[in-house]
Structures are given as C-alpha cells and as structure tokens.
Ligand binder design. Sequence first.
Ligand SMILES: Cc1cc2nc3c(=O)[nH]c(=O)nc-3n(C[C@H](O)[C@H](O)[C@H](O)COP(=O)(O)O)c2cc1C
Length: 308
Amino acid sequence: MAVSDPAVTLAGVRLRNPIVTASGCFGSGPEMARFLDLGRIGAVVCKTVTLEPRAGIMPPRGAETPAGMLNAIGLQNAGVERFRARDLPWLAGRGVPAIASVGGHSVGDYVACAERLDGARGLVAIELNLSCPNLEDRGFMFALSAGGTAQVTQAVRRVVRVPLLCKLSPDVTDLVEIAGAAVRGGADGLSLINTTLGMAIDTRTLRPKLSTGTGGLSGPAIRPIAVRCVWQVHRAFPAVPIVGIGGVETAEDALEMIVAGATAVGVGTASFSNPRAAQDVAEGLERLLSERGIPGPDAVRGRVEVQG
Ligand SMILES: Cc1cc2nc3c(=O)[nH]c(=O)nc-3n(C[C@H](O)[C@H](O)[C@H](O)COP(=O)(O)O)c2cc1C
C-alpha cells in the first residue's frame, strides 16, 4: 500500500494535512493541548477575537438538538491585545500554524483588529467572521449581503498582507453571489460554512432554549448543507481555496468535503464530545487516502461527478 502525502496548500500556506479546527470550538489552542497533539493537525483556527474584550450573552447559550446543537455565545473573548500577546506566541512557540478569526460590528472594527494582528509571528492567515451583526446596517449580518461582505473584505485587504479567508453564512438565497463579492473584495480563500440559524422551544416553560431565542445550528445535522455550499462555490470559483466546515466527525466526512471541492476541512462541534476529534480525523484521513490508493487530497479535490 503506497503511503499518501496529506499535505495541502491553502491560500499559499503549506499545511501538513487539511484538517483545521473550526473557530469557537477549540479556544485558541492552549486549552486543548492536553487532549491532543497539535502538531498532528494542519492549523488551529482560533476563537473569534474582537477589538475590545466581550463578555458574551446571557445563558442559556447552548442546547442539544437531534444530530447537532444550537449556540448563541455572543463573541465572548478577551480581546485582540490579549490574543496577540498570549495565544499567538504560545502557538508560534510550538510551531503550530495559527489562523486568527476576526469579528466586529462595523467595518472599522474589523480593520482595526486585523491591523493589530498582521505580521504577528506564527500567524499564517486571518479569517473574517462575517456572521456578526453590522450595527451600521440595522444589525444585519455582514455575510447576508454582497455589499456588506465586499465592504469588510476590501477594507481589511487594504491594510493587511497576510492571506485573508472570508467565512460565510449558508443562510442566504445565493451563496455564489456573496462568495463572488468576497473574492472580488480581495479574499484569498473562503470558509464555508458558519452555523445556520435555528430555534428550539421548551414546551413546558414556553421559553426558547436559548436566551436569545434563536441561535446557530451546528453538527452532523448541517453537514449536507455544508457539502452543498462547498460544491456550489467550488464549481463557480474552482481556483479559490475553500475550508469546508460543518458536521465533520470522521475521516470519511472530511474526504466528502474534499471531493465536494474543499482544500482544508474544519472540525467544530465534534470537539465537544471528543476533544481529540481533529487529530482523529487527520490521522484517519491519512489512513483512508492510503487505503484507497489516493496519492493526496489534491488528487480528489472537487472530483464529484454530478450527472446532468
Ligand atoms: C459553541 C460554538 C461557538 C462558535 N464560535 C464561533 C466563532 O467564534 N467564530 C466563528 O467564525 N464560528 C464560530 N462557530 C461556528 C463554527 O466554527 C462552525 O463554522 C460551525 O459550528 C459548523 O461546524 P461544525 O458543525 O463542525 O461545528 C461556533 C460554533 C459553535 C458550536
């Protein structure tokens, strides 16, 4: 059995394998290092940071659902300065490629936050979490409009040199249009998908299970949505690298994302029940590729054959 080479290049960044952590499900690395070998995954995508520290929203912030979970955390984080001073050097010291996730409520928030991170040691890319409410546009998420997506992307692109990934929402009529706005705005790659909006209600108390009413649905329940989004966007922009995210729990799931068109694959909710999930998927994928005689992820990327 020939041994496969799992390495991939994501937006110019060489990763030892395609498996990365999904933002918000893995802290910034130090929290998880006792559960798994960070050197066995491609990169750590850190929890979204904002310019100022944020406390997040009132509990309850999570609820289990069939084949997934709902969450509404509200971007709780210690702020970009702390992230730059504490978490990035920690990851750099261990040789773990770090992808920072940046959020904000205005274009200026994103720009200021990204500027503070650009050039930091160990930082290989910035992911723009565009699923944040734009307080300059009635609180609508940036990722829900081509205009909002283009504005943030262009503004950040002007001030940073590090590769930029735009993380998009599946909750739109035409994802290809939004993806196009991100690419034209200067994104080097796309992360697909963030959670999809859901709701669960406790019928005894007549209250929603999350304090905010609605929240983001994640886990295996959304995997077919994520695969569809990756496939649609890869077909429209075959040269644009995609991080496929949504319900990945096994090596087979990761391979499905790659065959749909993903260059890298994020593991999120699976880390809550199995903190070693990202490493397990990475090692399983290496085995799976070798067993099937596939030389590496590049050989099968986007190779799904759709009739008609
Ligand atoms: C508890 C929780 C917190 C999350 N926080 C973030 C975040 O801070 N930034 C972000 O871009 N996505 C965040 N996400 C979305 C995930 O990164 C991922 O896109 C989504 O959950 C789908 O992948 P999964 O099904 O593997 O979890 C969060 C998801 C969960 C479940």
